[in-house]
Ligand binder design. Structure first.
Ligand code: NAD
Length: 492
């Protein structure tokens, strides 16, 4: 078991480029600060444009001239399985490090940063093992060979909230299709992604297939625009997604955008309040609510309104706030000071509005002065036009909104710029599924919510473009080519 005492710190002052640990061209470094203590736990080099250029060239070269571009799906599956084995050995290191960096409760980190990356590699290896990249079909004048080719060099740009699972949601399908990758993680989780490099080295990934360079926004923008990049796979804020999407549009560059959310959880008058309350850990408070699918709008029928408000308020008040490495802790700190100030700002906005504060509302007194902690906070009687119901807060601040009818609940749930997730709580599953069909979000849960990594995941409206996870994600990394040939090919 991971303990607070067993953790180690590490510096990462080189980048992983072309299979080697390379010295930075730039001189900028970033201090990684532990979210729960405010202590420096390591230092990492930040890439400049030259470093980005070197990484993209390595990826380009590995694709165009290296052995990777000529591998079969079965050969790639074997490499991916070795990579998964090497990563699995490092799962405790990965989950502990991420919890220290971003405040994620350790049990959740073990699942998403410890287990999921190796699991995703195994899943995509299984999908491509033994498959053919060409198929032949009849055509008017003969036959057509349809080829599935790699999309090319992939720029994977990731956020800090689920850093390793989200990075692997891009890397694994990209590797499966034969792409090469430059991963640019967020400086807010500066250290953990290099665990991928350690494992890639051990697994013998060919040089240049996976390159990892930590960089800020400016160098990240240089990666997006680099002429050697064929596709950008981005997860992050809607604000950054707009800029990246616009640049990719200008360059006619393929891109997928996994962005923010402001999802709704709808409790119907026939719902089971205990199941709903137990589900709050996944729907609304997972990872200290620093989760894109957080259902921070809770829609309650007037007939059971007080019951729902009490259930959410008492759940929030009962969360154990503290060091995320302590397995008893259910709400860790915010990932950084910027994030804490943002969340406190929204709490102030809620206090200044007509909404009624029913839980939390500030900084907790129980955890001392250190760390970026905030009290799990609930406002009731919130109007859906209130800023705390419209904007993504990315922290544990919930808005309970009353409704009079099922139609009104659906209208309020859909009255959002975002469209990422949601859930409904009802004794009638058919009714819940029907409501799910009418909610404009990429995922939806009936009486529970749990991201299924084997099914497509992504957003509608301002929550993004494209889908990750599941076999559907392979499409993101595939170019189709049709070669017109004679009918002779149909026989073979
Ligand atoms: P962010 O947009 O600030 O940063 C995300 C990444 O993009 C970082 O690596 C950052 O350095 C980089 N970046 C920012 N601007 C860039 C630019 N112009 N060019 C290139 N790179 C740039 O987001 P964040 O604060 O790290 O993450 C939180 C956000 O991510 C939230 O809005 C959350 O909802 C979203 N998110 C979405 C999903 C999803 O699957 N839809 C999953 C997790 C997080």
């Amino acid at each position: 078991m991971t303990t607070i005492e067993s953790t180690t710190s590490a510096d990462r002052l080189t980048f992983f480029v072309d299979g080697q640990w390379t010295k930075p061209h730039g001189t900028e470094v970033h201090e990684a600060i532990e979210a729960a203590t405010g202590e420096v736990i390591g230092t990492a080099a930040l890439a400049d444009e030259h470093d980005i250029d070197r990484a993209v060239r390595a990826a380009r070269n590995a694709l165009d001239s290296g052995p990777w571009g000529r591998t079969t799906p079965t050969e790639r599956a074997a490499v991916m399985r070795r990579f998964a084995t090497a990563l699995a050995k490092r799962s405790a290191e990965a989950s502990t490090l991420v919890s220290r960096e971003n405040g994620m409760p350790i049990g959740l980190s073990e699942a998403f940063n410890g287990g999921a990356p190796a699991g995703l590699l195994e899943m995509y290896a299984q999908m491509i093992d033994g498959t053919e990249i060409e198929s032949v079909r009849p055509a008017a004048l003969g036959a057509t060979i349809v080829r599935r080719e790699p999309v090319g060099v992939v720029a994977a740009i990731t956020p800090w909230n689920y850093p390793l699972a989200l990075a692997m949601s891009k890397i694994a399908p990209a590797l499966a299709m034969g792409c090469t990758i430059v991963l640019k993680p967020s400086p807010d989780t500066a250290l953990d992604s290099y665990i991928f490099a350690d494992a890639a080295e051990e697994a013998g990934l060919p040089a240049g297939v996976l390159n990892i360079v930590l960089a800020g926004r400016e160098a990240g923008a240089a990666l997006v625009s680099h002429p050697g990049v064929d596709k950008v796979a981005f997860t992050g804020s809607t604000e950054a997604g707009r800029i990246i999407g616009a640049e990719c549009g200008r360059l006619i560059r393929r891109c997928t955008l996994e962005l923010g959310g402001k999802s709704a959880s709808i409790f119907l008058e026939d719902g089971d309040i205990s199941a709903f309350q137990a589900g709050l850990s996944a729907t609304s408070f997972q990872n200290n609510s620093q989760t894109c699918t957080t259902q921070s709008r809770i829609l309650a029928p007037r007939s059971r309104y007080d019951e729902v408000v009490d259930a959410v308020a008492s759940y929030a008040a009962g969360l154990v706030v503290g060091n995320p490495l302590d397995p008893a802790v259910t709400c860790g700190p915010m990932a950084n000071d910027r994030q804490l100030q943002r969340v406190l700002g929204y709490i102030e906005a809620g206090r200044d509005s007509d909404a009624r504060l029913v839980a939390g509302g500030g900084r907790p007194s129980t955890v001392g002065d250190r760390g970026w902690f905030v009290e799990p906070t609930v406002f009731a009687d919130v109007d859906n036009n209130n800023v705390i119901a419209r904007e993504e807060i990315f922290g544990p601040v919930m808005a309970v909104i009353p409704f009079d009818s099922e139609e009104e609940a659906i209208r309020i749930a859909n009255d959002s710029n975002y469209g990422l997730a949601g859930s409904v709580w009802t004794a009638d599953e058919d009714r819940g599924i029907d409501i799910g069909r009418r909610i404009r979000t990429g995922t939806f849960g009936v009486n529970y919510y749990s991201t299924d990594l084997a099914a497509p995941f992504g957003g509608m409206k301002d929550s993004g473009i494209g889908r990750e996870f599941g076999p559907e994600a392979l499409e993101n990394y595939t170019e189709y080519k049709s070669v017109y040939v004679s009918a002779d090919r149909l026989q073979s």
